[in-house]
Ligand binder design. Sequence first.
Ligand SMILES: NC(=O)c1ccc[n+]([C@@H]2O[C@H](COP(=O)([O-])OP(=O)(O)OC[C@H]3O[C@@H](n4cnc5c(N)ncnc54)[C@H](OP(=O)(O)O)[C@@H]3O)[C@@H](O)[C@H]2O)c1
Length: 291
Amino acid sequence: MHIGHIDGQTQLVGIMGYPVAHSLSPEMHNAAFAELGMNWRYVPLLVPPERLAEALRGVLALGFRGVNVTVPHKVTCIPHLDSVTEAVTIAGAVNTIRIDASKGRLEGLNTDMSGFLTDLAVNHVSVNEESRVVILGAGGAARSIGAGLARSGAHITFVNRTVERGVQIADFLRSSWEGCKVEAVGLEQLAEVSHDATLIINATSVGMFPYIDASPWRDDVPFPKDAVLYDTIYRPLQTKLMRDAERSGLRVIGGLGMLIYQGAAAFELWTGKKPPIELMRQVCLRRLSES
Ligand SMILES: NC(=O)c1ccc[n+]([C@@H]2O[C@H](COP(=O)([O-])OP(=O)(O)OC[C@H]3O[C@@H](n4cnc5c(N)ncnc54)[C@H](OP(=O)(O)O)[C@@H]3O)[C@@H](O)[C@H]2O)c1
């Protein structure tokens, strides 16, 4: 890969994860910097959990402009930050950190939530009081998405293998917004809660590479007619769940858009510039079709 010119003015951003080598973000952001002629670089930073605090002080000391954080640091980084946004408090997770080196401050933000909502809007999926949303999963992504949708007035049901995790999120969202219609059930109640769903979101990791023949949907449960299925997984681009749902007549959307829009939001927060979205999509599509 051509790195181009690096000099004393080069600004650095990156991603902290463990592992991190699979991340598409370095290629996506570096392509955007090159396209806009910006002297910025985005680097992968392999940070084991026990070195996270040190690593965060490290990027501050080194003058980085920001970092993304991914698994397993999205929640554990929060106590090490100087401030967080309302979206972080609600989602309980950070995926983007903005660094103000002059003030020595780290600010935690969540662009997964806005990335998901932007992609829904781009795909003309509207969520309102009439909507019945089923979210499969109750991990970090499910919580961010649920929190992002809670204010729409939609009826939201978390369906998770470990029902207590869903119940915890539902309790939290209800306590945050009066009148928020949210509940949580176990997988055995999928048929009951999904028969009239208008939007189904897979926020579990089931079906993700390399376990591409797995699906979080139960074989004995029919897909609701006329629903939209959104799978947050983007590797593979088309999951078994998406194929099965499409065969049953549902409109399906994969998670690549969410990835791109969370990255685009981080890019704009760090640089103040709008990134070239289509180029970022092409870069990711190329990488994903190679793997
Ligand atoms: N497109 C994007 O930009 C984007 C951004 C963030 C995340 N994501 C995707 O979101 C997904 C979840 O990520 P996360 O960070 O929320 O992970 P997480 O916090 O580890 O949560 C994983 C979820 O998957 C469920 N799960 C895992 N294995 C399962 C199995 N064998 N059967 C049933 N349920 C299972 C877990 O259920 P239990 O609670 O029972 O363990 C939990 O609800 C991943 O596929 C990730 O790629 C996409």
